[in-house]
Write a protein that binds this ligand. Structure first.
Ligand code: LLP
Length: 424
């Protein structure tokens, strides 16, 4: 995780900046992003996949600075709404290097994508085909891909498994709807089918499901060639690459994944008599997750029966992941050494009992109000999934790099919270 340095007296520095200083300067809760770590992770992908397109999945975390870093490191971008797309393009990202996803793209999503000149639109359902063709207009031509469900189950939690039938994304390989959709796309002169896409799930820590999915997609490419005489030049294997949230947990090794995907692709294409398509991957979590740290201040400590509750100034509105997926984090006290550890439960400030950030973790026995708690590996799917619950306001994002800290996204103020409500 983030380029952390342990400082004396229990301190923790990220990107050369003491987190206590960040908390004092910007307030808490605060999300700290290590720019060097994000860039380093982008480079790991570029090095591992020199011949492939690497699209960063913006849904994991997006800000204007993030857009710049990803662009400067040579990655493309995957977006799933007009909001993400417009932020990226106004921050200077080239639209032709952006891919639009979504199982239910709104008219605004499609209009914005076409207006801005998006690189690819990934078709997720049959009803979209005619809609996109109509929106493109008689003289236009838009590059599209078809998202296929290959029938592979993988992912860290049932809510984030998307590779099998019976969930809402993509077009089934097994019941023929993927091949049928391909035929319909090929019949639309406004649409240029560049390839197939799949995203089998998220927080996957094994290579094997990717290889199985890849073989099945190459098989479908061969059937498309046989049925339509069309050889598709691109194959997008999606994201989902798992990371470690706590010390000792397994992560997917990007270099191994790249090598095995490449090997499997070469072999499968040779077997099918197909030229090797250009590969693409779409990592989100693995690019930004380990580069983020959330810092909270303890507001209350309570002993109830056997349990010690340590209540902090954020919670499920900035990090819904423990409540949604039962994910376990490794919070730690920063800023002072603390007494011998004991088991505690870190809870948020929200008005429900399910607002638990980390149950049964080891924290110093003398944790008290005013202390700072850092939660490493907080860069992905926390702020991007933040809600307005209890109107506490969303925390700011601070970038740390080479010993300096700078604000990227400011804290939501009481005024922000009030402004959209026009009284009616
Ligand atoms: N491509 C597509 C089409 C996706 O739907 C996703 C994530 C990705 C790429 C990137 O997946 P990643 O590499 O980040 O795993 N909120 C959940 C994760 C949901 C993932 C949604 N799709 C969580 O907090 O674990």
């Amino acid at each position: 995780p983030a380029s952390t340095t342990r400082l004396p007296h229990g301190g923790l520095a990220v990107g050369g900046v003491d987190l206590v200083e960040v908390a004092e300067r910007f307030g808490t809760p605060v999300y700290v992003l290590d720019e060097g770590e994000v860039r380093g992770r982008c480079r790991t992908y570029k090095d591992a996949f020199p011949e492939a397109e690497v699209h960063y999945a913006a849904k994991a975390f997006l800000s204007r600075a993030m857009v710049r870093w990803v662009q400067e490191e040579g990655l493309g971008l995957d977006v799933c709404s007009a909001g993400e797309l417009e932020l990226a393009v106004t921050a200077g990202f080239p639209p032709d290097r952006i891919v639009l996803h979504g199982n239910a793209k709104s008219p605004r999503d499609l209009d914005t994508a076409l207006r801005l000149g998006i690189g690819r639109i990934v078709i997720d359902s049959p009803s979209e085909i005619a809609r996109i063709a109509a929106a493109v207009g008689p003289d236009g031509r838009q590059k599209v891909m078809v998202r296929v469900v290959p029938g592979v189950s993988a992912g860290g939690h049932h809510k984030i498994r998307t590779g099998s039938d019976g969930q809402k994304f993509g077009l089934s390989l097994s019941d023929g709807s993927a091949l049928h959709a391909v035929a319909r796309v090929l019949a639309q002169p406004q649409l240029e089918l560049t390839g197939l896409h799949c995203h089998i799930g998220s927080q996957i820590t094994e290579v094997k499901p990717y290889l199985t999915a890849l073989r099945r997609l190459v098989g479908l490419m061969a059937r498309i060639r046989d049925a339509h005489g069309r050889v598709l030049p691109e194959l997008d294997m999606g994201g989902g690459h798992g990371i470690a949230y706590r010390p000792g947990e397994a992560a997917l090794d990007v270099t191994t994944l790249a090598r095995r995907l490449r090997g499997e692709l070469t072999e499968a294409c040779a077997g099918a008599g197909l030229p090797v398509p250009r590969l693409a991957v779409e990592p989100g979590r693995a690019v930004v997750g380990p580069a983020g740290v959330a810092v909270y201040r303890v507001l209350a400590v309570k002993h109830t029966g056997e349990t010690v509750f340590v209540a902090v100034d954020g919670g499920m509105s900035d990090n819904p992941r423990p409540a949604l997926y039962g994910v376990r984090y490794a919070p730690r006290l920063i800023g002072r050494a603390g007494a011998a550890p004991r088991t505690a439960t870190v809870v948020g400030r929200h008005c429900e009992a399910g607002d638990v950030l980390a149950a049964g973790v080891e924290l110093p026995g003398d944790v008290r109000p005013g202390d700072l708690i850092a939660v490493p590996v907080s860069g992905a799917y926390q702020l991007s999934m933040a809600s307005g619950y209890n109107m506490v306001g969303r925390p700011p994002v601070v970038a740390v790099h080479d010993g300096t800290a700078r604000l990227l996204v400011r804290r939501e103020t009481l005024e922000d919270l009030r402004l959209r409500d026009i009284g009616g």
